[in-house]
Write a protein that binds this ligand. Structure first.
Ligand code: BDR
Ligand code: CA
Length: 308
């Protein structure tokens, strides 16, 4: 099985991504690592612990950065609620996170398995950037970083910037300029997969605890998307990362050069993607452009259906 580390800020869609990976025997999930993002680190970590328990998996959880490297902290209670995972009943987790910092855990695991570990960040890139700064050798030892964040077109937190990119643009810059093999799932593709009511119903129809948990998460997540975009459901961003590792044929991508806007102006945090290669610079990311949304949701339902 392929060793992966899932790094996120759960987060409705982060939670579903964790559940997708933990249900899939193709992966050896080395750990769940958490970062500030949708809400503060304490809450994203608690949510990861809750998801771990729901999954029944015996996988360690490591807390990481509680703030960005340089920019002021932002958060997304308006989208994810005060807990960061509003909707379902959230029990008090029985087991705690490990003591080691997420960045240290990442370094340790990557060095122990050179060339093998895939990092799957679905929040701000702060933990990955910290790991790359503490241990510059590991950028060359990571198999691939598969990130949900950015956009080749418009943003969702400013007209130019997507939330995960804006939440720590300097961290994103460190990762995008590190030379690590990198796949980017921006809003340009994640907005193609809307969890509309019929898709939510398919999770509920599983008739399991995990199926119901996912359905309630998606119903809460839909509210913001109805108000803001007028869509009949939430855009299921984060699970595309793990879905791509499982079924790349559901997606279309192309190599591009992507640069973070660190200028602090109105487009700060933008992932400026050279779609037409007008700058002639060597690509630093495989940018995903299209998804077979029905196939993606079918995969999710099938995998979450594996939980008893
Ligand atoms: C991203 O921001 C968060 O709200 C989601 O979990 C996702 O990772 C989408 O912009
Ligand atoms: Ca996220």
């Amino acid at each position: 099985a392929a060793p992966v580390i899932l790094d996120g800020d759960p987060g409705h869609d982060d939670a579903i991504n964790f559940l997708l990976a933990l249900a899939s025997p193709e992966f050896q999930v080395l750990g769940l690592t958490t970062v500030f993002g949708n809400v503060g680190l304490e809450r994203t970590t608690r949510n990861a612990l809750i998801v771990r328990e729901l999954s029944g998996a015996n996988v360690p959880v490591y807390a990481g950065a509680d703030r960005p490297l340089v920019s002021p902290r932002i958060s997304a209670e308006a989208v994810h609620g005060q807990s960061g995972m509003d909707g379902p009943h959230l029990p008090v987790p029985a087991r705690d996170a490990e003591a080691e910092h997420a960045a240290r855990f990442i370094i340790r695991q990557v060095r122990a398995r050179p060339g093998e570990v895939t990092l799957v960040p679905t929040g701000p890139l702060t933990n990955v950037a910290l790991a790359f700064r503490l241990a510059p050798d590991i950028a060359g030892l990571v198999r691939r970083v598969v990130w949900m964040g950015g956009s080749t077109d418009t943003g969702n937190w400013t007209p130019a910037a997507e939330f995960n990119a804006l939440a720590d643009p300097h961290a994103a810059h460190i990762v995008f300029s590190s030379g690590v093999p990198l796949t980017m799932f921006g809003l340009n593709v994640t907005h193609q997969a809307i969890a509309h009511p019929a898709r939510v119903a398919a999770f509920r129809a599983l008739g399991t605890r995990v199926g119901e948990f996912a359905a309630v998460l998606l119903e809460f997540f839909a509210e913001h998307h109805r108000e803001r975009y007028g869509w009949d459901g939430g855009a299921l961003h984060d699970p595309m990362t793990v879905a791509w590792l499982l079924r790349p044929e559901l997606f279309v991508s192309r190599p591009m050069h992507v640069e973070l806007d660190l200028t602090g102006g109105p487009s700060a945090g933008r992932t400026l993607a050279d779609v037409w290669r007008v700058m002639g610079r060597a690509p630093n990311a495989e940018v995903v452009t299209n998804v077979d949304a029905d196939g993606f949701f079918a995969l999710l339902v099938e995998r979450l259906g594996r939980y008893p």
